[in-house]
Write a protein that binds this ligand. Structure first.
Ligand code: NAD
Length: 491
């Protein structure tokens, strides 16, 4: 394994001395010990990074002017270099945020390379110019241009997967990027920079400045930035949206969630228990789309609650580096205290704790929490309305499908969700009535080819699929009147 102590930043295509003097120490949530450090980026580092990205975008022979196939060659090399570092990337993520290693291998090892190849290929396959015969005579040339310099700001929970939902389509489209990783997970971003150097990404196409929220806000507001792509909490998203609104700067926001997992009365939860675990508790409960409000039919409430309680109490809680671990520590001490606050609130509001609720006795170090289930939860309880972002499920009873739809939609959020049934058509029919950006039947797993994103307080815009590429493009129309279009041979 290469060093996890860095003293330079990847800006302008090379490793450069940072312009500040402070560092970000990276603390393991498992051992509470320091495992690495990187320079803390400053506003001056952001200035240098935006300048480099601007030059790489604007130069007459810059990245934005290259043919998609030429960019694809470089991006495919980048994908190879990322893949070569996949195992170490997964390990670093797991060490930094407590993600169980088998989950890290799924989301963080091969996935970035897959996205880079997908978007590089899509840009080559799909023509970026189209001639449309007009209704009023003449014709129009409709082009998709890269939007410009992109500020990409990402959270710590799935750091590389989320980074490449932005970086892969942005670079393929011809944009250049300044990436600001979350301070909790920076070591994976430095491995990514090593891959960029090895692949020979042209100078300034990708720049990485790790820093906290103030420097993030400075980046959002920077006059050299053309588009902001943000994933994180709804509170930060609102602040960023306000800035972008004032500046009329395009912005994509992937924010929080409180999705519903709706168990219909014919569901076979026991046979689907692994998929149910993945849809509700994966990554220690720290994924935005998890179905943390479980809706169970009154006719089978006790049995469904028992099954979910049994699942949660059987999960292996431990060192995220162990392949058998299903639940690792949560990311930080602050996050554990926040989750414990919600658990106390659930009990004081009258919900019934059926398992968990405390810290596992077997772990005297690390920010571990027992997987926790509440029964008898009212749909308006705080634990049924606010995003907890930890291994805590709330099970709510409903009387009939109409009430299940009402409860599912009684949320400020609308990001993910799942319907559990033995009848796929019934599941899809129910899914149509749920106000959400995405939803699965008997499971939840997003796919690179289909748009992902939220409605209501879960965000604005979409990632994944051709829609995720379009987020980094803007249309330009060139009109030709009938005479000119005829001369050009367009009509
Ligand atoms: P956070 O909002 O605190 O931070 C996310 C990132 O934004 C970090 O890099 C942080 O430094 C930066 N940041 C914070 N405030 C900022 C500001 N005002 N201006 C610019 N940058 C700012 O979120 P977090 O605690 O790191 O992540 C957890 C949250 O992210 C949860 O709410 C979760 O649901 C959400 N999330 C959403 C998705 C999605 O796709 N919808 C995916 C993963 C996580």
């Amino acid at each position: 394994m290469s060093t996890m102590y860095y003293d330079k930043l990847y800006v302008g295509g090379d490793w450069n001395a940072p312009l500040g003097t402070e560092v970000i120490p990276v603390i393991s949530p498992t051992t509470e010990e320091q495992i690495g450090s990187v320079p803390l980026g400053t506003e001056r580092d952001i200035d240098a990074a935006v300048d480099a990205a601007r030059t790489a975008f604007d130069a007459p022979d810059g990245w934005s002017r290259w043919e998609p196939s030429r960019r694809a060659e470089v991006l495919n090399r980048f994908a190879d270099e990322l893949e070569a570092r996949g195992a170490e990337t997964a390990s670093r993520v797991s060490q930094q945020n407590g993600m169980p290693i088998v989950v890290a291998e799924m989301f963080e090892a091969g996935f970035p390379a897959l996205l880079v190849r997908y978007y590089a290929g899509l840009m080559v396959e799909v023509p970026q110019e189209e001639i449309r015969p007009g209704m009023l005579g003449g014709a129009s040339l409709v082009r998709r241009d890269p939007v410009g310099v992109v500020a990409a700001i990402v959270p710590w929970n799935v750091p590389q997967g989320i980074t490449f939902l932005k970086v892969a389509p942005a670079l393929a489209a011809g944009c250049t990027v300044v990436l600001k990783p979350a301070p909790e997970t920076v070591l994976d971003a430095f491995l990514m920079a090593e891959a960029a150097v090895a692949a020979g990404l042209p100078a300034g196409v990708l720049n990485i400045v790790p820093a906290g929220r103030e420097v993030g806000a400075y980046l959002v507001e920077h006059p050299g930035v053309d588009k902001v792509s943000f994933t994180g909490s709804t509170g930060a998203g609102r602040a960023i949206a306000e800035t972008c609104g004032r500046l009329l700067r395009p912005v994509t926001l992937e924010l929080g969630g409180k999705s519903a997992a709706i168990v219909l009365d014919d569901a076979d939860l026991v046979s689907n228990i692994e998929k149910f675990f993945a849809a509700t508790l994966l990554n220690n409960g720290q994924i935005c789309w998890l179905g943390t409000r479980v809706l169970a039919p009154a006719s089978r409430y006790a049995e469904v609650l028992d099954t979910i309680t049994g699942l949660a109490s059987s999960l292996v809680v431990g060192d995220p580096a162990d392949r058998g671990t299903q639940i690792g520590p949560v990311v930080s001490q602050r996050q554990r205290e926040r989750i414990e606050g919600y658990i106390a609130k659930g009990s004081s509001d009258g919900a019934r704790l059926t398992t968990g609720g405390g810290r596992p006795a077997s772990r005297d170090r690390g920010w571990f929490l027992e997987p926790t289930v509440f029964g008898d939860v009212d749909q308006n309880h705080t634990i049924a309305q606010e995003e907890i972002f930890g291994p805590v499920l709330s099970v709510i009873s409903y009387t009939d499908e109409a009430q299940a739809v009402q409860i599912a939609n009684n949320s400020d959020y609308g990001l993910g969700g799942s319907v559990w049934t033995e009848d796929p058509e019934r599941g899809v029919a129910f899914a149509r009535n749920v106000q959400t950006g995405t939803i699965g039947i008997n499971g939840y797993m997003n796919d690179p080819t289909a748009p992902f994103g939220g409605i209501k307080s879960s965000g604005i815009g979409r990632e994944f699929g051709p829609e995720g590429l379009a987020a980094f493009q803007q249309f330009k129309t060139v009109y030709l009147d009938a005479e000119v279009a005829t001369k050009a041979g367009w009509v």
